[in-house]
Design a protein around this ligand. Structure first.
Ligand code: ZN
Length: 382
């Protein structure tokens, strides 16, 4: 290994150097290691910051998103002044303000089957900081095909999980654990379900720890183990995992030998910014017109607590959770527009009402957040 440490670096990493498990040799290994972080959000922030501080030599960051006010409660690599900036730019600045020795490679793009192999190939370790199933399966499959360890973490509300997927180290991959994605809309995202701000900090730090252990070749990695964390109970549990010999990608007779269409695999047909409208959806503009007239009923299907955060004047509320008991309050022959926060729950409500014989129900695409952005800025976005 040809890397050397300057005197300044020796001082910077002194608390590592005096650990027998790290030492000069280990610190040089960290400097010689490259890590690709998928996502620069809640998980990505602490991962990037601790890897930078620890002296990982090269860090790649992939993200296409820009910083939003609603990110700041947990995505600590970004500050208030970064709102509106690309996350990769802000993330690179944060890394280099912590440690200018780190080489940061920015991939400002949406990771896809077309670009993932080329982006991932130069890195030693991949860390999954994504928040959606298509990218998670894509990351998994590319890592299996490229034989790179995939340091996995995920979070929701007060619960998190972490593991190291590495068939090349004798462990399972993500597909061994979750062969099929959940039906679309079944598992709410953090934007719909919420997340405690420090939770990604805890799970991200676990991922960063596993990366450093892999780079050093020390300790027992989370291979063959799924760590589960519950912040409300402050409890950790561990599940034993085993590689599935029938796994379609890492099994004994793999059927997936090249990347597939991950949006299709996860049942996601339309991108949120796809101009093509879902047949069961109307726009917030159409909801505005409906509210101005008398022919169309508009119903808010969010939960009661959410009305305290934001609401549209004059729109009655029947929460999705109460709809099975209360749908008889609605006229099955009237046109009904249903809105929620972002448009996922209202689509479920439409499905439910159609099963009950309602003919003319539509979901308002984008929900009250789209209303706040496009129609009435006095309504807060959340
Ligand atoms: Zn597998």
């Amino acid at each position: 290994m040809s890397v050397e440490l300057s005197n300044e670096e020796i001082t910077r990493y002194s608390r590592h150097l005096i650990l027998p498990e790290v030492g000069m040799a280990g610190q040089k290994k960290l400097k010689a290691t490259s890590v690709l972080c998928i996502g620069t959000g809640g998980l990505g922030s602490p991962i990037l910051m601790y890897l930078a501080a620890a002296g990982i030599g090269k860090i790649g960051i992939v993200d296409f998103d820009v910083v939003d006010f609603s990110n700041l409660q947990r995505q600590i690599a970004h500050g208030t002044a970064d709102v509106g900036r690309p996350k990769v730019e802000s993330g690179k600045e944060t890394i280099n303000s912590i440690n200018p020795e780190v080489e940061v490679v920015v991939h400002e793009t949406r990771l896809s089957a077309d670009n993932v192999m080329e982006i991932m190939a130069p890195y030693d370790i991949v860390v999954d900081g994504t928040d959606n199933f298509p990218t998670r399966y894509l990351t998994n499959d590319a890592c299996v095909l490229l034989k790179k360890p995939n340091v996995y973490g995920s979070i929701f509300r007060f619960e998190g999980q972490a593991s190291v997927f590495a068939p090349e180290l004798g462990g399972p991959c993500y597909r061994c654990l979750y062969p099929e994605p959940p039906p679309p809309g079944m598992v709410p995202s953090c934007a719909e379900g919420g997340v405690l701000g420090v939770l990604p900090g805890i799970v991200g730090c676990i991922q960063a720890t596993e990366i450093l252990k892999l780079a050093l070749g020390k300790g027992s990695p989370l291979v063959n183990r799924l760590l589960l964390f519950n912040a409300l109970d402050m409890k950790f549990r561990e599940l034993k995992l085993r590689r599935d010999p029938k796994c379609p990608i890492c099994g004994d007779n793999p059927t997936i030998t090249e990347l597939i269409d991950y949006e299709e695999f996860c049942g996601i047909g339309l991108e949120p910014d796809d101009p093509q409208q879902h047949p069961d959806e109307v726009t917030v503009q159409q909801m505005k017109e409906a509210l101005a007239g008398n022919d169309i009923a508009v119903i808010d299907v969010r939960e009661h607590d959410e009305a305290e955060i934001a609401k549209i004047d004059g729109v009655p509320m029947i929460p999705l959770s109460e709809l099975p008991q209360r749908f008889t309050e609605l006229d099955p022959n009237q046109t009904i527009y249903l809105h929620c926060k972002m448009g996922a729950r209202s689509l479920k409500a439409v499905d439910f009402l159609k099963q009950q014989g309602f003919k003319y129900c539509k979901s308002v695409a984008g929900g009250i957040n789209a209303w706040a952005e496009e129609i009435d800025p006095s309504v807060p976005r959340y």
